[in-house]
Design a binder for this molecule. Structure first.
Ligand SMILES: [Zn+2]
Length: 219
């Protein structure tokens, strides 16, 4: 299925210019593995900028993680290279789950789902934006994420299933960008569970009593 909600142009531009940070680069690169349209846009921007056009590889077809994230690596603070066996194992787990294998290098312990809230599980990624970790979250079908806002930026990609936000339905590959100007409630569709990648520079601020219960888990 082709995504219908794409990366904002300003984010594409800083990615193509190689000037965005590692969390944002991971977010962009993850969407690019699922979106031919945005891959072509990045290629055009890179050619305009005089950069070499890199071939973006669709997910699970020998993704060259190093090439995809080489630019982000220049700002990386990682202490030591990951053990290859772990990387291969994480790639295998992601592929089996139908998720982009580009995420593997950020899963040092593999795809281990942990409790976030009743029925909701998460995997923290080994990359932080302003100290706040990127994360994969798996919601059950029909789950409602209570009304909340964001003190900073939150980038979301749907990797499996779908959710509704207002009148929009976000499906696999779709991108949502939110900030303090937005208040929203996410409703997972009732037909299937939903997995999203969240990259944010701060924890969301719940606006309901129920949501406040989740606050300790998101800090
Ligand atoms: Zn796109």
């Amino acid at each position: 299925m082709t995504p219908t909600h794409h990366l904002p142009e300003d984010l594409l531009a800083v990615y193509a210019a190689g000037t965005c940070g590692e969390p944002e680069a991971l977010f962009v690169a993850t969407h690019l593995t699922l979106c031919k349209q945005c891959r072509e846009s990045v290629a055009v921007l890179e050619s305009i900028g005089g950069h070499t056009i890199e071939t973006m590889t669709p997910m699970n077809v020998g993704v060259d993680v190093d090439a995809l994230l080489a630019r982000a690596d220049s700002s990386s603070s990682k202490d030591a290279p990951k053990v290859d066996e772990r990387l291969v194992a994480a790639q295998s787990q992601l592929a089996e789950a139908g998720m982009p294998t580009i995420l593997a290098r950020y899963l040092p312990d593999g795809l281990k789902w942990r409790f976030l809230a009743p029925g909701v599980k998460q995997v923290e990624l080994d990359v932080r934006w302003n100290g706040y970790p990127a994360r994969l979250v798996k919601f059950p079908a029909g789950y409602v994420v209570p009304m909340h806002t964001h003190p900073g930026s939150e980038y979301t990609i749907v990797l499996a299933g779908a959710f509704e936000d207002g009148d929009d339905t976000m499906r696999r590959g779709d991108v949502e960008v939110r900030d303090e100007a937005h208040r929203h409630e996410l409703r997972i569709t009732k037909d299937a569970s939903c997995v999203c990648l969240f990259v944010a520079d701060a924890a969301p601020i719940p606006l309901t009593w129920l949501g406040r219960l989740l606050r300790p888990f998101l800090g």
